[in-house]
Design a protein around this ligand. Structure first.
Ligand code: NAD
Length: 259
């Protein structure tokens, strides 16, 4: 129960889905959790209420991770309220567009790249300023929730695929930059997880069945199954693990090309 006792963790996009599961599990394991959301303050407040039951400190902040000034403001407020941070989970993200490149507007390209790639850059940079200020690199963590589209491509998803594969080298570069200080940076690559981001599939029994038929486990994942991997990567148990991607997909991404 005390795996993360006394640690301060900021989880972006923790009002919903995978981020919410990570926030709840970290709190259950003793971490003080900073919840962030983009829209839907009520859902974030609900998460804060649930977290409070574990007797840890928590607060929700609204932020657009794609907006540099917003992110700077968030980290300044968190510093004032919580002091040093030990764990950053870059989880906030939005889906691709389903539009092929030849028809993709710059606006649609930008929206996904700004949220999924600039967002983690802005948050990681601010977080690393904390490390510089508090001189607490060793044992600190960056965990990025990417996707199997870090390395699996599907047509009509160029903005999403590019954002998530960009996260791969972004994370691995940070891992190298921080290695001598024993601060770790790792990615989690989920397959199909049952969260609101997939509501078009989940809410349509035919589409859900078709997806389940393809996934070797014959089901989508539960957000808590991703959170458990995040807990390992946040904990002292992963002290020598950095620059890695942990895939959580019920074998989906290792299917051959004729699946
Ligand atoms: P979700 O829609 O349930 O949650 C997304 C969260 O991100 C919400 O809290 C939302 O408020 C926040 N968010 C969105 N845009 C934001 C912005 N501009 N600024 C700040 N916060 C913002 O989705 P989810 O499935 O929990 O997705 C979480 C992460 O997991 C995403 O990065 C997504 O790409 C990744 N992922 C999800 C799946 C899946 O099948 N669910 C698969 C692979 C990867």
């Amino acid at each position: 129960m005390d795996t993360l006792k006394g640690k301060n963790a900021l989880v972006t996009g923790s009002s919903s889905g995978i981020g919410k599961a990570i926030a709840l599990l970290f709190a259950k394991e003793g971490a003080n959790v900073i919840v962030t959301y983009h829209s839907g303050k009520e859902r974030a407040d609900e998460v804060v209420k649930e977290i409070s039951q574990y007797g840890v400190k928590t607060k929700a902040y609204g932020v657009d991770v794609a907006a540099e000034a917003d992110v700077k403001k968030l980290f300044a407020m968190v510093d004032e309220e919580f002091g040093d941070l030990n764990i950053l989970v870059n989880n906030a993200g939005i889906n691709g567009s389903g539009i092929p490149v030849e028809d993709m507007s710059t606006e649609i390209w930008d929206r996904v790249i700004k949220t999924n790639l600039y967002g983690p850059f802005f948050c990681s940079r601010e977080y690393l300023q904390y490390k510089k200020k508090y001189k607490t690199y060793k044992g600190s963590r960056i965990i990025n929730v990417t996707s199997i589209h870090e390395y699996v491509n599907v047509p009509g998803n160029a903005n999403y695929n590019a954002s998530k594969s960009g996260m791969r080298n972004f994370a691995y570069t940070m891992a190298l930059e921080l290695a001598s200080r024993e601060m770790t940076v790792n990615n989690i690559a989920p397959g199909m997880i049952l969260t609101p981001i997939n509501e078009k599939v989940i809410d349509d029994p035919k589409k859900l069945q078709a997806a389940d038929d393809i996934i070797p486990f014959h089901r989508g994942g539960d957000p808590m199954e991703v959170a458990q991997v995040a807990l390992f990567l946040a904990s002292d148990a992963s002290s020598y693990v950095s620059g890695s991607t942990y895939t959580v997909d019920g074998c989906l991404s290792i299917l051959g090309p004729n699946a």
